[in-house]
Design a protein around this ligand. Structure first.
Ligand SMILES: O=P(O)(O)OC[C@H]1O[C@H](O)[C@H](O)[C@@H](O)[C@@H]1O
Length: 551
């Protein structure tokens, strides 16, 4: 195992600390004195047009960030990932989500297997299945065509499919709908299937491990609902599971144990992390919804940004620069969170998706060799679609005491070019997008507030300090390709930050303890006194309170 560079001991870390100490951000002056600033700090990555100029960025900071990337070996680590080296050290695995989108005919041999050939063989199976469902050739037990696909999964086996399905709704085939069950709260499955007809419902059980309690429990609940409802209609159920259930997993043996025919199962590999898996067979529900052709465009979008990340020089490399800027804000300017604000209703689940991607990847306290990190790591990612956020939490971003770097995302075209009398409503929407980043950057001085005739007593409350950093990301339209590009952008931002911090961004040991304790506590919750007695007094008190108060 190679030892990560201790970033805090690098020359560029010291340089960044020095620059941060003397920064005195003044975006008004920086723009006024440098007419070229916006153009110089605006870069394109595939179809993404990214304006970094409203960040607290100077040429000195940029140089130091690029030097930092060199000192920690970002490019070497990136190349190691792309080549299939086992950079997921704590799990001894390669990290090859980028292989999921390599074109047919490419080759990447890892441990004697051509993983690109494997990817395309599995994709072909998913595509053939999806075509059958879409054409009506695949039917339920009573011969009716499928109208609803229910994806049962959690974490990466849910957030990717649901986010992408919501984002690409305009591309969903008429007459088809996807729904998603994730939470083990029985309300989730009950509400989701309540108005469905099992005769026209297809269930995709998505689980990398096929051992996740929530997913297997929900799959059993929905299987019972399906069989019971069919039986109540006098319909023979011998073939029901085979006709109505398919699975996606890396553990195809466990799929068979669950009773799903391995012929109706799609595989992927341990070198795809759950939060990096929407472009594997985990996207089966999405493939059914939008069709193989659109899904191939989605994959091509990822690939375009992969190529940018793999080849663009560091000072032009958008994911690398955005990741490095996040490090600067987190470690040198004290930011603790990062907002992602899509001005696109269809991206309403994108912040939730990014929470898993970024926080499960970089929420770590030790480096990949087990040594403690000497600095803060992953930020809290959060956000809501604009303009909803404006009327809720933007107050804190504009005038609060915390630094909250924010990414604003918008599209030139809308799927719904509606007019409200004289207004193009999409333009009203975009005016908000443009206005917010300008307001955050340039603020409003006390003189400007006074010039409006404001009562002196409330002038301070109405001042906007400005210098609140934002990145604007634009694309022509939210197409499958552009969605793939956006996801890949954030995957590589996350990777960049992980490399700087020397952490393994591909394990998630932090989710294990709670899962194990839940299993251990299940008998106590169900009334086993001995199990209850062995818990701590707070937990015992809470469980006892629950047992006294349930009906
Ligand atoms: O796909 P599965 O094996 O069911 O895992 C679902 C999710 O649960 C785990 O606990 C991890 O925290 C996630 O990274 C994963 O995406």
């Amino acid at each position: 195992m190679d030892t990560p560079v201790d970033v805090t001991r690098t020359t560029s870390w010291a340089r960044l600390a020095e620059l941060a100490g003397s920064l005195q951000p003044d975006l008004r002056r920086w723009f006024a004195e440098d007419p070229d600033r916006a153009a110089r700090y605006t870069l394109d990555a595939a179809d993404l047009h990214v304006d970094l100029s409203k960040n607290l960025l100077t040429d000195e900071v940029l140089d130091a960030l690029v030097a930092l990337a060199r000192e920690v070996g970002l490019e070497q680590r990136r190349d190691a990932m792309l080549a299939g080296e086992r950079i997921n050290v704590t799990e001894g695995r390669a990290v090859l989500h980028t292989a999921l989108r390599r074109p047919q005919g490419d080759s990447l041999v890892v441990d004697g297997e051509d993983v690109v050939a494997q990817v395309h063989a599995e994709l072909a199976k998913v595509y053939a299945f999806a075509e059958k469902v879409r054409s009506g050739e695949w039917t339920g037990v009573t011969g009716k065509r499928i109208a609803t696909v229910v994806n049962i999964g959690i974490g990466g086996s849910d957030l990717g499919p649901v986010m992408a399905y919501e984002a690409l709704r305009p591309y969903v085939q008429d007459g088809l709908e996807c729904r998603f069950i994730s939470n083990i709260d029985p309300t989730d499955s009950a509400e989701t299937v309540a108005d469905l007809d099992p005769e026209t419902t297809l269930v995709v059980v998505a689980s990398k491990t096929f051992g996740t309690l929530e997913t297997l429990t929900n799959a059993r609940l929905v299987r019972s609902w399906l069989l019971d409802t069919l039986e109540s209609r006098g319909i023979a159920t011998d073939d029901a599971v085979a006709r109505h259930f398919v699975a996606v997993s890396t553990a195809l043996d466990k799929v068979a144990d669950f009773g799903i025919d391995p012929d109706n199962a799609f595989g992927f590999w341990d070198w795809v992390g759950g939060r990096y898996s929407v472009d594997s067979a985990i996207g089966t529900s999405l493939v059914v919804a939008i069709g193989p052709e659109r899904f191939a465009e989605f994959l091509a979008g990822f690939r375009a940004v992969d190529e940018h990340f793999a080849t663009a020089p560091l000072d032009q490399n958008v994911p690398a620069l955005m990741g490095l800027l996040n490090v600067f804000y987190t470690n040198h300017l004290g930011a603790q969170s990062h907002a992602v604000l899509p001005y696109a209703q269809y991206l309403h689940r994108f912040p939730a998706y990014l929470q898993q991607l970024t926080m499960e990847s970089n929420g770590k306290g030790v480096r990949w060799d087990g040594s403690p990190v000497g600095t803060d790591t992953g930020e809290v990612f959060w956000g809501e679609p604009g303009t909803n956020g404006q009327h809720a939490f933007y107050q804190l971003i504009h005038q609060g005491t915390r630094l909250v770097p924010a990414d604003f995302i918008a599209f030139a075209e809308t799927a719904h070019p509606l007019r409200d009398g004289e207004h193009d409503v999409h333009e009203l929407f975009l005016a908000n997008f443009f206005a917010q980043t300008a307001a955050l950057a340039f603020g409003k001085t006390a003189e400007e507030v006074r010039a409006e005739g404001t009562d002196e007593a409330v002038v301070p409350a109405r001042v906007f300090t400005g210098n609140r950093p934002t990145t604007s990301i634009m694309a022509r339209a939210l197409t499958p390709s552009v969605l793939g590009q956006l996801i890949a952008l954030y995957e590589h931002i996350t990777f960049t930050q992980g490399v700087v911090w020397g952490i393994d961004s591909f394990d998630q040991w932090g989710v294990e303890l709670g899962k194990k304790l839940a299993q251990e506590l299940t008998p106590a919750v169900a009334g086993d006194e001995a199990a209850l007695a062995s818990t701590d007094s707070s937990t015992r008190g809470l469980i006892s309170w629950y047992r006294e108060h349930r009906s």
